[in-house]
Design a protein around this ligand. Structure first.
Ligand SMILES: [Fe+2]
Length: 516
């Protein structure tokens, strides 16, 4: 954990694992097997790069996908291909600690998910792949702290909402420099929207994706953003999806527009979307989809410092309410019964100082109605108030709950209150809505202020509201979380100037968040 600040990691980062020529270290690998030598692969099988994810104290998932023609289905021959992998303690792979061969199968888009175990906690590793005599770039990753460790500093980056057409993913260039231990991505990794002639960049294809090949092409295009690719190659990600990985505002097996998408067709679309999601994300085999279902809610432990509960607020939810009364209907569920039990159980029995909840959609109230009365977004937790309120009551008994959110394309940092209907009710936690990497592009800040500032009096729990693109960075220690809102001046150009928009602090044992 302390590695986030250690000079040796910084030096390595500056030198750039990527800059280390893969070819220079190729001679250290054993000669390619006869199978690979006899059946050559198209050039450029590693064009989608490498990634890692879901760190454990003794393990990590290493990812790549063989795709020499990434925007046209991948371009691989229709056969299983062996992919060798290595993970080492050094950039030159002289201290290899684990290695093996995985199978890249056509049924999984020739993706590879290696669930490496037997590693040391809180340790930086380098990894690479080889297939058909071709070497991947070198990736860097980091394991989680030991289960009994309680000190140190855990640096977490919170990202969401990267719309290719709205801009370049420039915040990742800054994130790379900040060298987080782990990146938490809470949804809208791709957008399913049709190609637009007026966007900063244009989506591939000719329309929205519906088939597996179409979703694969869309993910492959997103991975071609150089800043995103570089970030994936340098830190483990913990991901979950929101709606745009499938279809805007979908709920369970109900599409955005049930009048236009028949049920059977939408189930086929879900199946394709989840399959492509799994194929492109550095996640464990627990996330291999089963038809139109994928298990994404899960917990990750960072010693006794932090427990991260990753939610799925799409797959098990009731259809959205359409009225104020409907939003308060106690029969509506966001999590579904099983996930809700799992979450409450994991909060009640947590050994961790900090209990982080990665929720795709905002938990704090957003009252859009200026003055008397309330008006809510029905897709967020405001549309599922009975379940949200029960969870907030639960927070009273939880050690330092902090909710990490995306979706809103704004920075919204709030106190979480036991009952938003009662302005005097207790503060029970804090929420960070982590703006967006590029979605909504470079917003007109004055127009944003004119629209949103009048609502602040109706939402006194909001501590910071902003419409710049970027991400949030947290330094988590036992005594508190120091948060920085990192923003960029533009996403409409491939290079941007980053800065800290605000610093905030969450004190351990004192629910809520404040500007510093
Ligand atoms: Fe989004």
């Amino acid at each position: 954990m302390t590695g986030a600040m250690s000079p040796d990691r910084r030096r390595v980062l500056t030198a750039g694992a990527a800059a280390l020529g893969a070819a220079a270290s190729a001679q250290l690998w054993l000669p390619a097997g006869a199978q690979a030598a006899g059946r050559p692969l198209p050039d450029g099988v590693f064009g989608l790069g490498v990634a890692s994810g879901d760190p454990l104290p003794d393990g990590i998932v290493l990812w790549t996908r063989l795709a020499p023609d990434p925007l046209n289905g991948g371009g691989m021959p229709d056969r299983t291909v062996p992919v060798e992998w290595q993970i080492a303690r050094d950039t030159r792979f002289k201290k290899i600690v684990r290695q093996g061969t995985a199978q890249a199968r056509p049924a999984h888009g020739h993706s590879v998910h290696v669930d490496v175990r037997g590693l040391r906690p809180d340790t930086t590793y380098w990894f690479r792949f080889r297939a058909g005599g071709q070497l991947s770039r070198v990736g860097r990753t980091r394991t989680a702290p030991a289960p009994d460790s309680s000190g140190g500093n855990l640096r977490v980056a919170l990202a969401s909402c990267q719309n290719w057409q709205h801009g370049y993913f420039t915040p990742y260039a800054d994130m790379l420099q900040q060298d987080p231990d782990v990146v938490v991505f809470v949804g809208d990794y791709i957008y399913e929207s049709t190609p637009s002639a007026t966007g900063v960049r244009r989506h591939e294809g000719t329309g929205e994706p519906y088939s597996l090949t179409q979703y694969r092409n869309r993910y492959a295009q997103y991975r071609s953003d150089p800043d995103l690719a570089e970030m994936h190659a340098n830190a483990p990600f913990v991901v979950t999806f929101d709606d745009h990985e499938v279809d805007n505002d979908f709920a369970g097996d109900i599409p955005q527009d049930p009048g236009k998408q028949a049920h059977d067709a939408f189930v086929a679309r879900l199946t394709a979307a989840y399959q492509a999601y799994y194929e492109h994300m550095p996640v464990r085999a627990t996330a291999v989809p089963n038809g139109p279902h994928i298990r994404m809610y899960r917990r990750l432990e960072f010693g006794r410092l932090a427990r991260l509960n990753v939610l799925d607020t799409r797959q098990y939810r009731s259809d959205q309410a359409t009225t104020q009364e409907g939003a308060q209907d106690p029969s509506l569920t966001m999590l579904g019964a099983a996930q809700k039990r799992w979450l409450v159980d994991g909060l009640r029995h947590s050994p961790a100082r900090w209990n982080l909840i990665a929720s795709q959609i905002m938990m704090a109230e957003t009252d859009l109605q200026v003055g008397e009365g309330k008006l809510w977004f029905y897709d967020a937790w405001d549309g599922y108030q009975a379940e949200r309120n029960a969870l907030l009551q639960e927070f009273r008994r939880v050690s330092n709950p902090v909710v990490l959110t995306g979706d809103r394309h704004l920075t919204m940092i709030s106190d979480l209150k036991a009952d938003f209907a009662d302005p005097r009710s207790a503060v029970v936690g804090a929420e960070f809505v982590g703006t967006s990497i590029s979605s909504n592009g470079d917003q007109d800040q004055a127009a944003f202020r004119a629209q949103w500032d009048p609502r602040r009096a109706d939402n006194p729990h909001w501590k910071l509201l902003d419409a710049h693109r970027g991400y949030h960075l947290f330094d988590i220690r036992r005594d508190g979380i120091d948060a920085r809102v990192r923003v960029v001046d533009t996403v409409v150009a491939p290079r941007a100037t980053p800065s800290t928009l605000a610093r905030l602090r969450v004190e351990a044992g004192r629910p809520g968040v404040h500007l510093v």
